[in-house]
Ligand binder design. Structure first.
Ligand code: AMP
Length: 192
């Protein structure tokens, strides 16, 4: 199963991806996490990316694509993956399509976790307290939502045109949303 998980910041993509990993046994690939890891390791590219991410802007496409391609080259990807945080604009959607085609692993599902801005702001404020992420301040969150509306939202149309998109309502408990995702993926709730 090769799944692209879409949704605004704070929609619960990361949480749901982690739950799906347990049920599906395929890796979770988060470009945000790859970037944070590179920054923690103190690589030049990672530190450069962190400055941009801390403002809520998108890191340049070539940097993120390079990290993603490297991750997609790992052997655990052969049985599938859950991609979270990529693509974030149309150029990335096209690059991803090419890369996945090249490695013979085209996406077979794109799921958009849909949720309104008001709920997002509340959730991110909570996450900021729990995780202390530098890009979870109110001003940065507003910027990230603006970037999402302008650049990332059109990616849903890209997958819709290819007949791959399903929208799932993102309000509810973690388990309720997980059940919605599993039903889209045709995974029987009783077997999980
Ligand atoms: P996330 O953990 O997915 O919320 O990502 C955190 C931050 O990392 C984003 O706000 C961006 O600055 C950066 N980032 C993550 N994925 C991408 C991507 N696909 N393209 C550009 N920037 C990204």
């Amino acid at each position: 199963m090769r799944i692209v998980l879409l949704g605004p910041p704070g929609s619960g993509k990361g949480t749901q991806a982690a739950m799906l990993v347990e049920h599906l046994g395929i890796p979770h690939i988060s470009t945000g996490a790859l970037l944070r890891e590179a920054a923690e390791n103190g690589t030049e590219l990672g530190l450069q990316a962190k400055k941009i991410a801390d403002k809520g802007e998108l890191v340049p496409d070539d940097i993120v694509l390079g990290m993603l391609e490297e991750r997609l080259g790992q052997p655990d990807v052969k049985d599938g993956f859950i991609l979270d945080g990529y693509p974030r604009n149309l150029a990335q959607a096209k690059s991803l399509e090419q890369v996945l085609e090249r490695i013979g692993q085209p996406a077979d599902e794109a799921i958009l976790i849909d949720i309104d801005a008001e709920r997002i702001i509340k959730r991110i404020a909570k996450r900021a307290q729990e995780e202390g992420r530098a890009d979870d301040t109110e001003e940065t969150v507003r910027n990230r939502l603006r970037v999402y509306d302008e650049k990332t939202a059109p990616v849903a149309d890209f997958y819709e045109e290819r007949g791959l998109l399903t929208r799932v309502w993102g309000d509810g408990t973690i388990d309720e949303i997980l059940q919605r995702l599993l039903s889209v993926l045709n995974v029987q709730a009783e077997t999980v």
